[in-house]
Design a protein around this ligand. Sequence first.
Ligand code: 7TS
Length: 416
Amino acid sequence: MTDLSMAKAAQATLDVAAIRRDFPILDQKVNGKSLVYLDNGASAQKPQAVLEAMDRYYREMHSNVHRGAHTLGDRATTAFEGARETVREFLNAASTREIVWTRGTTEAINMVANGLTGRLGAGDEILISHMEHHANIVPWQMLAERTGATLKVIAVTPQGELDLESFGQQLSERTRILALTHVSNVLGTVNPVAELVAKAKAAGALTLLDGAQAVPHYRPDVQALGCDFYVFSSHKIFGPTGIGVLYGREQLLEDLPPYQFGGEMIERVTFEKTTWNTLPYKFEAGTPPIAEAVGLGAAIDYLNGLDRQAIEAAEQALLEKANTLVDSVPGMSVIGTAAHKVPVMSFKVDGLHPSDIGTLLDQQGIAIRTGHHCAMPLMDFYGVPGTARASFAFYNTLEEVEQLFSALQKVQRLFV
Ligand code: 7TS
């Protein structure tokens, strides 16, 4: 069997039709056409199991957590902390003390960058790459500004891979932290993060991996990756918005100062002095997103119930199908042709502005994202104002890929 037919077979094993029934939002008309949702990189849809878990939480157990005063409070706390254990297991973290709830990837990175303020100074370097999302650029830029440290940037090759020579040149004993995306949201590139983390650690640097685009496709093992911090957002992994995760090695989280101050994160408060709660609560000031944690736990449970290998093969089949159809659209070219990619395709079509492509596809019921994708430095590198981007999930079908390309052919015929 060829790779493609093997992948097609894998997709058949996955029973995509049954999976699609788990995602009620997919079954609707948009602008008179059956919805084709190819904007999963921006935010993925939620299975029924997540909607039901959150609904059930609010119907049967909602109360504030960690108060221990009554039965509903106990139920809510059990559900909330159970979700933390689900995330711990998903990431293979050593302890739930290493799993901090945040509002998302962005807040998680800000927490770390903010916490490192006292530890950096002039002469220190922060190493990021040219393919980062703004969430993994701006907090470090601000940290550099506060501390006098220097921001260094690993170059990207025209194919959209990290330039490993550039990495080797930029990494030094001055590097205090390497903050790198596991998977690029624009290019789909899967970076060799374990290898780069090992090198950065050997140079004495801390390491943070932005897993926002990796977790919908892979199950990261933070101990095998060896990173100090790993961050992701629930809404990209089929869970609700409003919650994300900061994984941090226990000793490092012990050493980092809290990010916000108030209730929950304290041990004892007097007007003279306040001491901090134990991990992970030291970083969770105020009433947390309880239903959202339950929803994220349900999303991971749902994923755990699927055959991950079949998912990966099916997703790769979608990407391969898309790759084979690129030439069917005159003037279309793909930005990001790395050897190892998740099913994300950024592209341009000669004579068409990306935002017009988005609007014209939307009229045909097809949702993609267009613009700079919060990666302006990467757009500058490719000399484009933005791209059109189709990002696939395991609930997408090969027919939907075909629909995308016939719609693109139509747009190209009519408007160029
Ligand atoms: N890092 C990466 C790699 C991302 O792709 C995103 C969001 C973020 C961080 C920020 O995540 P948030 O949940 O805190 O907002 N990326 C995208 C995208 O590609 N299109 O819309 C949002």
